[in-house]
Design a protein around this ligand. Structure first.
Ligand code: NAP
Ligand code: GDD
Length: 320
């Protein structure tokens, strides 16, 4: 019999890649979508007829209990979140409700309906914030620098706590930044690749950005969802850092993306204080040794391959 998985956040970047992976692995895939006045299924429209979409929201526990009762999944991937760091300063309470307490709601729903369900929590390298060690691994202490980071620390520890309190098969993936042509336009990688493609096409002349010195460990989302799945195939739940092990600055990102369209970023990028954050995470670089050895996971696309893929997809979309 086919395994059945529920994905919260199925309409997001990672949800769409994970749904593709699970379908390829022969799963029945249920996707939780929240009610909105317009459809938000652009990223999954190509597989929509192979998914079952159900209605629910991480702020409404009864909706989660009912979905689990009706669908009876054996695996739950909790990818839903208010995931944009900048917005977490303007909507800190909403961010806490969804990104922090939402995790408790889904864990409680699992405990009530079927404690045998295997659970994946989408934790984040933002939890390391003002980093205590370089590189960061599973033992690095957390020091979050945004309401989003604080909410993710809560989500991580409540996952660990429910594993230890109720013996749930609950794992936390501490994923470093991962990107793709499906990345939201507000995140810096996509903002830069889309911006460079628009300038190349003559649709704009400048791109306004914030801190060009921030450094991130950027990987490819399709590589990272393989790690999520691998965590739930193990007999024992655990926590894993998922990262490429390389770091690059926003400035380098600009250089590579603009070079890919034959332009010099210095002629077009303007630093705008509106995009500077109240508190910054200056440097992230992960050590995924545990995931390599225990999960057999490795990434296949590097930073340069990723940026080139994203620029090419943005040029292609604009041409169409
Ligand atoms: P994303 O593209 O922003 O997707 C977020 C998803 O959450 C969307 O499907 C969104 O639905 C859904 N959502 C938001 N609020 C909800 C609510 N109240 N109830 C139900 N669903 C809700 O994020 P992503 O990049 O795919 O990231 C997936 C997860 O990994 C997130 O938890 C993120 O914080 C975490 N993470 C991401 C990265 C990264 O670099 N991408 C790294 C570490 C951790 P709508 O479509 O309706 O808005
Ligand atoms: N978004 C954005 N826009 N970021 C900018 C800009 C800009 O115009 N200019 C500079 N940056 C810098 C930010 O200050 C930050 O240091 C870096 O670029 C990356 O910003 P984002 O792409 O917005 O990602 P993030 O690192 O804050 O958060 C992402 O990664 C986390 C994992 O570490 C999100 O996907 C989170 O959900 C995820 O948990």
């Amino acid at each position: 019999m086919a395994k059945r998985a529920l994905i919260t956040g199925v309409t997001g970047q990672d949800g769409s890649y994970l749904a593709e992976l699970l379908l390829a692995e022969g799963y029945e895939v249920i996707g939780l979508v929240r009610r909105s006045s317009t459809l938000t299924i652009e990223r999954i429209s190509h597989i929509q007829d192979r998914l079952t979409l159900v209605s629910g929201d991480l702020v409404d526990e009864v909706s989660l209990i009912n979905v689990l009762r009706d669908c009876r999944p054996s695996e739950v991937y909790n990818l839903a979140a208010q995931s944009f760091v900048q917005t977490s300063w303007t909507q800190p309470v909403l961010t806490g409700e969804v990104t922090a307490l939402g995790v408790t709601r889904i864990l409680d729903a699992i405990r009530i309906v079927d404690p045998e369900i295997r659970f994946y929590q989408a934790s984040s390298s933002e939890m390391f914030g003002r980093v205590r060690t370089v590189p960061q691994d599973e033992h690095t202490p957390f020091y979050p620098r945004s309401p989003y980071g604080v909410a993710k620390v809560y989500g991580h520890w409540i996952t660990v706590n429910y594993r230890e309190s109720y013996n749930l098969h609950a794992s936390s993936g501490i994923l470093f930044n991962h990107e793709s042509p499906r990345r939201g336009l507000e995140f810096v990688t996509r903002k830069v690749t889309h911006g460079a493609a628009r300038i190349k096409a003559g649709l704009a002349t400048e791109l306004r950005l914030g801190n060009l010195d921030a450094q991130r460990d950027w990987g490819y989302a399709a590589d990272y969802v393989r790690a999520m799945w691998a965590m739930l195939q193990r007999d024992t739940p655990d926590d894993f850092v998922i990262a490429t092990g390389e770091t690059h600055s926003v400035r380098e990102l600009c250089e590579v993306a603009f070079r890919a369209v034959g332009l010099d970023y210095e002629d077009h990028v303007v630093v705008d204080p509106a995009f500077i954050r109240p508190a910054e995470v200056d440097l992230l670089v992960g050590d995924a040794t545990k995931a390599h050895s225990v999960l057999g996971w490795k990434c296949e696309v590097d930073f340069y391959g990723l940026v080139e893929m994203m620029v090419a997809a943005d040029l292609d979309a604009l041409a169409r």
